[in-house]
Design a binder for this molecule. Structure first.
Ligand code: 6PG
Length: 248
């Protein structure tokens, strides 16, 4: 089924963040009403911080039944969970420590372990929580986009981007001698809705490439096409300056 997509440009980060929080609430309520739980994949990096902080504060915090929410990560740096590089730590400090989400529903990637071991144990965990033959996987996948068009830790030209069987792999990070654990395209596309949040003038060129370019070798973010849900591209005016689309 052709995946549906929506492209939305917002005046500024604050307006975008409120719209993203509204969409998270709507997805959560629909999933909990339909299946009794909301399977939410968090992304790392810095862009989502403001969204997580907004979701943890009134009025948003009381609009979601956090006891029914399960959180996962799109990727993790291979660092300890208390490292300031950890995507888990960022989400814990900005959101998870501030809402009543049951600890057993927080499914972090073990960045402190050997990368391959962490990847295979996370793959096992995902299939255990979701169910191997379940047709319904994640309800909402939150993603960011890097300057090179990467998303999660799927960096251009790597084997991780080409992985079509496993849901989780280890891959080298952008920093020397660094490793990451990342969900792969089959996992990220198996979900229902995917929401990209992109802000800032430095993302204008890669955003144009991803939304309007047709490079011989598509960028990793261009391979994100949810099988059953909607692909939401949400960005601010600063990131939209190179687009030929009509802007807000
Ligand atoms: C990570 C993220 C990564 C991030 C992009 C954008 O672990 O860094 O998963 O894919 O979303 O690099 O990062 P910023 O939001 O910091 O620009």
């Amino acid at each position: 089924m052709e995946s549906r997509s929506s492209v939305e440009c917002f005046l500024d980060v604050a307006t975008l963040t409120r719209a993203a929080a509204d969409r998270v609430v709507a997805c959560a309520r629909a999933a909990i009403a339909a299946r009794g739980r909301f399977l939410f994949v968090l992304s790392g990096g810095s862009t989502p911080r403001s969204l997580y902080e907004l979701l943890a504060a009134d009025p948003y915090a009381t609009q979601i039944d956090w006891s029914r929410v399960h959180v996962f990560w799109s990727d993790e740096r291979c660092v300890p969970p208390d490292s300031d590089e950890s995507n888990y730590r960022m989400a814990r400090e900005t959101l998870l420590d501030r809402v009543t989400l049951p600890p057993g529903n927080i499914h972090r990637i073990r960045g402190e372990d050997d990368p391959e071991a962490a990847a295979s144990s996370y793959d096992e965990l995902l299939h255990h929580v979701i169910g191997r033959d379940s047709t319904q996987t994640f309800d909402l996948v939150l993603l960011g986009m890097g300057l090179d068009g990467h998303t999660a830790s799927l960096f251009p030209g790597t084997a991780a981007v080409r992985e079509m069987r496993r849901w989780v792999v280890a891959t080298r990070g952008p920093e020397p001698d660094s490793w990451r654990v990342t969900l792969t395209l089959p996992a990220l596309n198996a979900g229902a809705d995917v929401m990209f949040l992109v802000t800032g003038a430095e993302k204008a060129e890669p955003l144009k490439q991803v939304l309007e370019g047709s490079p011989v070798e598509p960028l990793p973010a261009q391979w994100i096409r949810p099988e059953r849900g909607v692909l939401y591209w949400m960005f601010d005016a600063a990131a939209a300056t190179r687009l030929s689309l009509p802007r807000a």
